[in-house]
Design a protein around this ligand. Structure first.
Ligand code: THU
Length: 132
């Protein structure tokens, strides 16, 4: 599957966003090595701290279906931003534990811009279980 195809699936997931407070809809699509796709979108709550980001929902969705790090190929994340969307710090931390170092991360916007990166680029010198 191409990066563009995965971003297209993330755009479809974004349609399901529940974001009445920020009005900032985000979509994510996680691709496995078996070509399965798990979607996620941001889901907000009136108690703001309970809101969950799109990419974490996609990752947790995959894990809920028995997928683990070694099964994962890529994730695409998309929002209506000028530049490709920048994942928040909490998502970077979660990705650093659950997403493979070799996995491709496609950051995208609604204008067709796609930036390919990795979790090590997004979160260098991360905190992990070795630090405990
Ligand atoms: N959001 C995401 O879904 N992913 C990110 O990486 C950035 C932020 C969501 C959280 C909240 O629902 C809205 O965007 C505004 O912060």
């Amino acid at each position: 599957m191409t990066a563009e195809d995965l971003v297209y699936q993330a755009i479809e997931a974004r349609e399901m966003s529940y974001s009445p407070y920020s009005k900032f809809a985000v979509g994510a699509a996680l691709l496995t090595k078996n070509d399965e796709v798990y979607l996620g979108t941001n889901i907000e709550n009136a108690a703001f701290g309970l809101s969950m980001c799109a990419e974490r929902n996609a990752l947790y969705n995959a894990y809920c279906h028995g997928i683990s790090q070694e099964d994962i190929e890529a994730i695409a994340i998309v929002a209506d931003t000028e530049l490709p969307v920048s994942p928040c710090g909490s998502c970077r931390q979660v990705l650093s534990e659950l997403f493979p170092k070799s996995g491709k991360i496609y950051l995208a916007n609604m204008h067709g811009d796609i930036k390919e990166t990795t979790i090590d680029e997004l979160l260098p010198y991360s905190f992990d279980s070795d630090d405990l």
